[in-house]
Design a binder for this molecule. Structure first.
Ligand code: MN
Length: 251
């Protein structure tokens, strides 16, 4: 019995929504409501600070999939601006970066300003994006536990890649495609507009972002112009599957 309660607590901590679906009202557990409000999703894999970290490779390392000039402008201008504006928003809205994990801030993003939403999302998404890529290594496919989970939830790697690429192609305007681990430990595909992401309490598909693909035009326009599908196809060659698998295993 005690074990069941502790399982239920852990379950509710991961997904308040599923608790409601199971007929459990969060409001009947006041102490739990607070926990859920502050920690909508928890993971031991939290390696993204509030400030921009060094790019883990040279600007030209991802060629020919992504050209050096695109990488340099993307990292030093676009992403740097998100980090700068996040720092401003955190100061203005009294967020102590030493106390509030970025993941938890994103989980409560509806309580903050649009500036916070755009820039906390923009900063987190890009930090994740840089780390999820690397020079082509010959190991351009998932393996281990991640492979097993992909085969369980999508039937095959090919089906997963097709669905992910479709989400990226079909995202109208600027946004991201995501591989998301939901609160009930299922891998699903999502996409979000602008700089939103699956950690956000306002997200359509909520969960832990295992990997994400930036489909803003600034990510590909210099080399690919209007041919977003060509960028997406080329992107698979530079996925850093070791990093993606570490994120997945940490949950
Ligand atoms: Mn971008």
């Amino acid at each position: 019995m005690k074990k069941n309660i502790s399982n239920r607590r852990a379950f509710l901590k991961l997904t308040g929504k599923a608790g409601v679906a199971a007929g459990l009202s969060i409001s009947s557990f006041p102490s739990l409501a607070k926990v859920i409000s502050q920690q909508p999703f928890t993971s031991s894999f939290e390696d993204i600070p509030y400030t921009q970290t060094p790019l883990p490779y040279q600007y030209n390392a991802l060629e020919p999939s992504i050209d050096a000039m695109t990488m340099e402008i993307h990292y030093t201008k676009h992403a740097a601006t998100y980090a700068k504006n996040l720092a401003e928003a955190a100061k203005a809205e009294n967020v102590d970066a030493g106390k509030v994990k970025l993941e938890n801030l994103l989980g409560n993003i509806s309580k903050y300003s649009p500036k916070m939403r755009n820039n906390a999302g923009g900063h987190y998404n890009h930090e994740l994006f840089w780390k999820s890529m690397g020079a082509p290594s010959g190991k351009n496919a998932p393996s281990g536990k991640l492979l097993a989970a992909i085969e369980k939830d999508f039937n095959s790697v090919d089906t997963f890649k097709t669905q992910f690429a479709d989400a990226a192609k079909n995202r109208f305007g600027s946004g991201w495609a995501w591989l998301v681990l939901t609160g009930d430990k299922k891998l699903v595909i999502g996409s979000s507009p602008n700089q939103d992401n699956p950690l956000m309490d306002i997200a359509e598909v909520k969960g832990f972002p295992v990997m994400g693909l930036d489909v803003w035009e600034h990510a590909y326009y210099l080399k690919y112009q209007n041919k977003r599908p060509d960028y997406i196809t080329a992107w698979w060659n530079i996925v850093n599957w070791d990093y993606v698998q570490n994120r997945f295993s940490g949950i």
